[in-house]
Design a binder for this molecule. Sequence first.
Ligand code: MN
Length: 284
Amino acid sequence: IRIQDILDKVQSVRPDADLAMLQRAYIFSASHHSGQVRLSGEPYLSHPLEVAYILADLRMDDATIAAGLLHDTLEDTKATREELTSMFGAAVTGIVEGVSKISQIHFESKEEAQAENIRKMIMAMAEDIRVLVVKLADRVHNMRTLQFQKPHKQMLIAQETMDIYVPLANRLGLHRIKLELEDLSFMYLKPDIYSQLTDWLERNHSSDQAYIEKVADELQKMLSDNKIKGEIRGRLKHKYSIYRKLIAQGLSVDQVHDVIAFRILVDKVKHCYAVLGLAHAQWR
Ligand code: MN
């Protein structure tokens, strides 16, 4: 990801965005992180760029995306709060400070009650909800690059992600983030079951994408025949949701049948029920 990718993305959704401010945040971050490297061997700057891109993709505002570029500067570089405030204002600085504060909490306990307390504490600390969104984007990129950590750290971070950040993403309605964090954590926490499930999906469901497209076309035709406007999305269910179902129903992998899910978004509640009726009539 380059800064230009972020600027392009932002401009495509918000033509009036403050691109000059984002550009300045990039330069500030680049100069302060200069010389630092990630465990992957990449320049450190690749991390804030990825985080800012995730935020741009979520269509967050300029302050949040700038904070994504700057989120590790207070903690990991010589940058000061005063510098940030004078260059980017109180909102951006507040978000960066909030993210740094959350990073300083240490999660040790694995107990469920404790996890709930930690989630509450994080919610309370993030008085500006944008702090939490940046923290979640940060965690997504750290989970995507978790293979570069030592094995015992991988387990700790994956467990913390599953216990703390997945429920927080869910609470905020950041569904895509939640699903990605869940599947990545699952891969590290239960590697055997994860790879078994992956092999099985590849053996039995590799042709599903074509099937999903075919059914989506049929659904689209059903909608237009009935003069209903709607948007159709079909997908393979995520691995962790299949796994959860296996556990809940005591099934083995080859007993799972519903690995495909469709979602139809319509503009009126009455259309919602009409479409459900039509779908039931066509697929018993
Ligand atoms: Mn970070």
